[in-house]
Design a protein around this ligand. Sequence first.
Ligand SMILES: [Fe+2]
Length: 466
Amino acid sequence: MGSMGFKVLVFGLFLVNVAVLCNGGSTSTFVRSVEKAVDMPLDSDVFAVPSGYNAPQQVHITQGDLEGKAVIVSWVTEDEPGSSKVRYWSENSKQKKIAKGIFVTYRYFNYSSGYIHHCTIKNLEHNTKYYYEVGITHTTRQFWFVTPPQVGPDVPYTFGLIGDLGQSFDSNKTLTHYEKNPTKGQTVLFVGDLSYADNYPNHDNVRWDTWARFVERSVAYQPWIWVAGNHEIDFAPEIGETVPFKPYSHRYHVPYKASNSTQPFWYSIKRASAHIIVLASYSAYGKYTPQYKWLEQELPKVNRTETPWLIVLMHSPWYNSYNYHYMEGESMRVMYEPWFVQYKVDVVFAGHVHAYERSERVSNVAYNIVNGICTPVKDQSAPVYITIGDGGNLEGLATNMTEPQPAYSAYREASFGHAIFDIKNRTHAYYAWHRNQDGYAVEADKMWFFNRFWHPIDDSTTHSSH
Ligand SMILES: [Fe+2]
C-alpha cells in the first residue's frame, strides 16, 4: 500500500552518502525529500479489523516478569467482553494450558474503548516456542512467540530498536525494514511515542486502535518493551481529560511490580545477558521522588556477572545536537548522569527527536554550580547515547542541527530508520542503524560495543577511522 507515494519519495531523493568531518564526529550529507510524513488512511490494509464475531484484535505481548519466564498477552474485543483467557502450549508438548486474565475499559472525551484484555502466562520454559490462542468461545486467533534463554552472562540475544513510530507510510516502511532485516531482532526495545493519536482532534483514540492493529504483525509474535513518551501523556484539561497516561496505561501493561517499581512508567527487566532499565521522562525524577528512590535502589542490584549488559531506555535524550527538543532532557541528566557513570551503563537509547544520533562515550558530571566546568568530556565509564526517534511518525523529520557538530556527537543523520543491538557474549555486541531508503541489509551506521564491565577499553569509532 502507498507504493505510489513511496516511489515519488524515492525519486525525490538525492543520494549522496558522504560523511563530512567536523570536530571528530560526522554529520551525514545524505539528502532526502523534506515532505512531511503522512498518516495512512483509516481504510488502509494494515488497519484492517480481523473478521469474525468479536474477533480479538490489536494483539500484543511484552515480558511479564523479571527474568523472561512470563509473558503478558493483551488484545481488544469490540462486540462484547468475551473471554480473557489465553490457551497456550509449547511446540514440544501437546498439552494445552489455560491462563486467566482480566479486561479493562476506559472513556476518553467522546470515545469509549473496546474491551482491553490482559493475561499473564507464567512459568514458561526458557528458549521455547509457544503457540497461543485468544478469542476463546467466539472467534479464535492463533499466534506464537519464543521465550528468551535463561538469564546468563554469555547468552547471545538480538534486540531491535524503534522509536516514535506513529502510523504514517514511513512508519510502515520502518516496521517492514525491521522485519526484513537479515539480522533478526528477537525483542523490540521501543523508546516511546506509539500512536500519535494526540495529534488528532480530541486525541481521537480511534488512532490508538489503528496503531495497535498496524503493529500486531510484529508485536503479537515478539515482545516489545515499552517506554512512555510525551505522546502517551494525553493530558487534555480543555476537554476534561486530566488523568495523565490514561489510554497508554489501560492498553499497555508492563511487569513493573516485578522490579519493585510502584508505577508502570519506570521499571526493569532482565532478558538473556541484558539488564534493561526503563526510565520515565514525564514522571517526577527529582530527589526524593518515587522514581529517584527506585533507581537509587535498582542500580546497585545490577549484577554484571549475571547480566553483563546494562541498557537504559528513556524517551527524552540527554545528549542531542538537533534544534528540536534541545536540552529537554537536561534536568534528568543532571540528576542521574553521575549514577550512569558510577555503574558503567553500556548504552542509553532514547527517542523524541525524529532523527538519528550516536554519541561518543562522554560524561558531564564535574559541574558543581561554582566551578564552571560544564563541557562534556570523553569518559570510558560513560555510556554511548543513541537517539533513535526516527520511526517515521506524521510530525516528520528533525532536519535542523546545531552547528558546528559538538565533539561528543559521533554520527548524526536526519533519516527514518531502526537499529539492531546484537549481543554476542559478555564482552562484545554489534550495533547497526538502518535507514529506510537503503536495502534491508545496509548498515548506515555501525559500531562494535565493548562491554563496560568486562572489556572496558576504548570502543570509539571516530578516533580510529580518521
Ligand atoms: Fe516524543
